[in-house]
Design a binder for this molecule. Structure first.
Ligand code: UGA
Ligand code: MN
Length: 306
């Protein structure tokens, strides 16, 4: 009985193999579906199979430029490590890291070299007179990032699909956020968690348009939104070459509004994150570290970068 089964199996085996090989050749010869021009008319001959969806080539994805101001403090490397671990998982992301310093620091230079993602390392110091509590932070650094971006694209031929986003070094970013902002046409907005003295702030959306702001802090702001709550297309940045963050007359919490009103209107904003109903970024703040037991003079036998 066993030998009968075995001989049947041997008899069938070559045929099964032939069928597999023929199927394989057939599928590798199948013509690739023609790429229809974007926005071009589809279909035509009735009954024809629609072209199989092709994966969008990576090169066509708009680049996300993330401008991150950063300054030296005990938690700096920890913050940058967390941020790089997020950014490394985002395709076509270019990190513009701007140090608040008179020169590039060794720590950040080394960090950038090993970060494992495209990175531009800039630096500009905040003038001493602006380093005071109650004054806006990182104005000069964000402007340096904007200047670099504009200069870089001056000499590149259009179109240059890109999206700019201000990514402070201490916030928490979900990967979904980058999918959302990638499709920004002009200026897009979304909710931000743990900000403004509330669990979240968000643009209020009606019929796909921003009509107001859910916020617990200074609701009179023209754009009641945190720095982490919007993205701008590169085209808008390039077509408004004078749009920058201003020191003169600026008040805390007004930087976002002052910047946005130079480039857009509330009516024009594109709501993301399911009509601004999902929190995909959190305005987390790292607590100041306790270094009470740190010796005044170097006591260890080795030097460690922390
Ligand atoms: C809030 C907003 O979320 C910030 O976008 C805004 O810049 C800031 O207020 C402000 O007051 O201007 P907050 O958490 O209070 O943020 O500010 P930080 O996270 O301390 O600073 C924002 C960014 O500027 C960070 O990336 C930080 O590394 C950088 N920074 C801060 C400097 O480059 N230099 C500084 O002296 C302080
Ligand atoms: Mn912060």
């Amino acid at each position: 009985m066993k030998s009968l089964l075995f001989s049947r199996f041997l008899l069938l085996l070559p045929w099964v193999l032939i069928v597999i090989i023929v199927l394989d050749i057939d599928s590798s010869r199948a013509p690739l579906p023609a790429l229809s021009p974007r926005g071009g008319a589809e279909g035509g001959s009735g009954g024809a199979r629609p072209p199989a969806p092709r994966r969008r080539p990576e090169a066509a994805l708009p680049t996300i430029y993330a401008i991150t101001p950063t300054y030296s403090r005990p938690v700096q490397k920890a913050e940058l490590t967390r941020l790089a671990n997020t950014f490394r998982q985002v395709s076509r992301l270019h990190w513009i890291l701007v140090e608040d310093a008179a020169a590039r620091s060794e720590l950040v230079t080394r960090f950038v070299a090993g970060a494992g993602l495209p990175c531009t390392h800039l630096h500009v110091p905040t003038p001493r007179r602006y380093k005071r509590p109650g004054l806006p932070r990182a104005t000069e650094q964000r402007n340096a990032g904007l200047a670099w971006l504009r200069q870089r694209h001056q000499h590149l031929p259009p179109p240059q699909p890109g999206v700019l986003f201000f990514a402070d070094d201490d916030n928490t970013y979900s990967l979904e956020l980058f999918q959302e902002m990638r499709t920004t046409r002009k200026v897009s907005v979304w909710p931000v968690g743990l900000v403004g003295g509330r669990r979240y702030e968000r643009p209020v959306v009606e019929n796909g348009k921003v009509v107001g702001w859910y916020t617990g802090w200074r609701a009179d702001r023209p754009f009641a939104i945190d720095m982490a709550g919007f993205a701008v297309s590169l085209q808008v940045i390039l077509s408004h070459p004078k749009a920058v963050f201003k020191r003169r007359g600026s008040q805390p919490g007004m930087q976002e509004s002052d910047f946005l009103k130079q480039i857009t209107t509330v009516e024009e904003l594109e709501p993301k994150a399911n009509n601004c109903t999902k929190v995909l970024v959190w305005h987390t703040r790292t607590e100041k570290v306790n270094l009470a037991n740190e010796p005044k003079y170097h006591l260890d036998t080795i030097n460690i970068e922390v």
